[in-house]
Design a protein around this ligand. Sequence first.
Ligand SMILES: *[C@@H]1O[C@H](CO)[C@@H](O)[C@H](O)[C@H]1NC(C)=O
Ligand SMILES: *[C@@H]1O[C@H](CO)[C@@H](O)[C@H](O)[C@H]1NC(C)=O
Ligand SMILES: *[C@@H]1O[C@H](CO)[C@@H](O)[C@H](O)[C@H]1NC(C)=O
Length: 811
Amino acid sequence: MRLKSVVTGCITFILIVLYPVCGDVSYSIPEEMKRGSVIGNIAKDIGIDLARLSARKARIDSEDNGLIYCSLNLNTGDLVVQDRIDREGLCGKKASCVLKQELVLENPLELHRISLSIQDINDNSPQFKEGSQKFEISESADKGSRFLLDEALDADIGENGIRGYNIEQNDHFKLNVNSNSGGRKYCELVLERELDREDKNEMMLLLTAVDGGSPQRSGTVVIHVTVLDANDNVPVFSQSVYKASLPENSPQDTLVITVSATDADVGLNGDVTYVFSHVSSENELFSLDPKTGEVKVAAPLDYEKESSYEMQINAKDGLGLASGATIIIEITDVNDNAPVIQVKSLSNLIPENVSPGSEVGIINVQDRDSENNRQVRCSIQQNVPFKLVPSIKNYYSLVTTGQLDRELVSDYNITITATDEGSPPLSSSKTVHLSVADVNDNPPVFEEQSYSAYVSENNKPGSTLCSVTARDPDWRQNGTVIYSLLPGEVNGAPVSSYVSVNGDTGVIHAVRSFDYEQLRSLKVHVMARDNGSPPLSSNVSVSVFVSDVNDNSPQILYPAPEGNSFMTELVPKAAHGGSLVSKVIAVDADSGQNAWLSYHIVQSTDAGLFTIGVHSGEIRTQRDISESDSMKQNLIVAVKDNGQPPLSATCSMNLIISDNLAEVPELKDISSDEKNSKLTSYLIIALVSVSTFFLTFIIIILGVRFCRRRKPRMLFDGAVAIPGAYLPPNYADVDGTGTLRSAYNYDTYLTTGSRTSDFKFVTSYNDNTLPADQTLRKSPSDFADVFGDNDSSPEYQWFFEMVQLLSDWQD
Ligand SMILES: *[C@@H]1O[C@H](CO)[C@@H](O)[C@H](O)[C@H]1NC(C)=O
Ligand SMILES: *[C@@H]1O[C@H](CO)[C@@H](O)[C@H](O)[C@H]1NC(C)=O
Ligand SMILES: *[C@@H]1O[C@H](CO)[C@@H](O)[C@H](O)[C@H]1NC(C)=O
């Protein structure tokens, strides 16, 4: 194609140029013809014979010794292209480009000028200076902003030069092509739609420049648009509300949650920092890392104070654009509070007689934790008579479960333990002290069932007999024991006239001196009473036994005491050795050893004639009476008791050895004999009357007894067998019947062995016969008391006692 157009062009030029030039030829040829291409037949054009050409050494030369672009074909006369002809290289932008060559002929020298007019062909494409153009455009650039683009260059001229530009289709830019005053075209990028770096941070646009040649040529450049950031984006949190929960015991620096916000901008514009949006006390508990957004525990948390926190946070970029979010932190409960026990009320003095189930205290238990951690179980230790009864809400009643006894346990330390149901559970305990108050529920109790005191008669009034002790385990006055005598009578006199008791100590004193012969024992009742209200009391019997002291000397009943010397005994002359002659009868008001009498002959007319039974008092002949024995015999007999020291009495006994009183004329005092017989008959009369009375009395008593009790008959039958001296005097310690009362009654049973005095000798002594020291101090009123007493039992009590004694002896 190209070649064909060149040829066509040549022909055209050749036709035009042929005629005007005289001697000169002009050719118009397109540039860039191939070497050897024929420009024109110059031989013909200048009219020279071909044969002469070589002869005339025709050649092409250049004007000014320039480059030679074409040569002459001597055979054909054609002018051909010898070197590359580049219009742009030869003429640049000049509109006409003429190459001057010369045809030199010799012989004769002939010079023809050849003008080669070089025509432009579109052999250059538009070209940009660089392969790419860089632009940095802020995303905030306004619509309509213009950016000048570099021009493209095309070495060709005219039509073959730059004709226009166009740009690759894109969303943001369009191309604006202008011409300047010189007609040069330049172009600009016009921002048609705003940029968004966050959408597209760079663009590659291909700009194409085209020329007007045919075929058309083009050149491209890449326009590299970098979108610069503008702070047009706020940081955006990943969530609008952040929720976290953590246990209350989380240590400091525990990570709670990490918030994050992103900013689409870059650099400073996208540099996000986190802050709390406002300062509040809650914020002090948590820290927020401005860079990382980590929320950490900064101070101890307490679920019981605050169970949830809500905080506002902001995220800011470097230029201060900010957005907010909310953090909600739920604190979960941890069992970190032990239950708290409070004693709401407590009666710390509980009467010991409260009934089981009585409420003695109210306990309140609280746990500040929640849910299971606040479920509390409450208990007290075993083996106390109390229990906890759950009441409304978290109240408990402390109630008694059994009977209290202050005397056994007087106070209790109740340990209340409360345990919650957390895991691990926490517990606490509290000890309350309960005292049991006394109630007077124990009477005083004597240490002994009964007390016995032994005292020798003739004691000093006021002497101590014994002491009684009663114990009362109650408290203070409820347990304070006071002793007193219960009223009663002894021998018709109030007991207080015999003994007294010390109210505080329980020591029993004798009020008077006791006389065993009057009072062998007495029984009193002592009461122990406490000081409670009402008081409780108990009583005990105290038996006081009076023991005998040898304070009575033997009383010789027969023979009459010294001085009555007319008492004589007849001893038959024919009496053999061992015959009972007489008997000394003595009694002793004392008892036992003190009344155990022994008889001794202390002086006698004839020492070997009579002997006396040491215990019987029987005087017997030691040998047969002989004629030589003096008729009148006198014995001094001493009667001694066995007391310590012993007491004694003596008597004198006159014995007459004779068969007949008449045989004793020399008896000085016959009247005394008469008196004796008189006395004897008096005695017999007295004996008979007393015996009769006695028998009647016995019959009456037996009758009464039979009627009352049908008790076995009294053992009266053995009475005669008892040696008189062994029989202790029966002392009627209870007032007897009218005639015998208040007297010492001595029943003396004479031995059966006595030939002359074989009778029962009963003498009743009345007051007048008593020794001075044994005189009863009885007032008439005492008698009156007794007589006034219609109870029949004392009337014969003395008698039963005697009978009892006899039977004891027999046993
Ligand atoms: C109770 O506790 C107190 C002091 O803590 C103590 O003195 C007392 O002996 C205790 N009582 C009992 C019955 O344990
Ligand atoms: C003695 O007991 C009574 C009830 O019987 C009681 O009221 C009183 O307080 C008690 N006295 C003392 C000192 O405990
Ligand atoms: C003495 O105690 C007995 C029993 O212990 C009782 O039967 C009697 O009534 C009491 N006597 C007095 C006077 O309290």
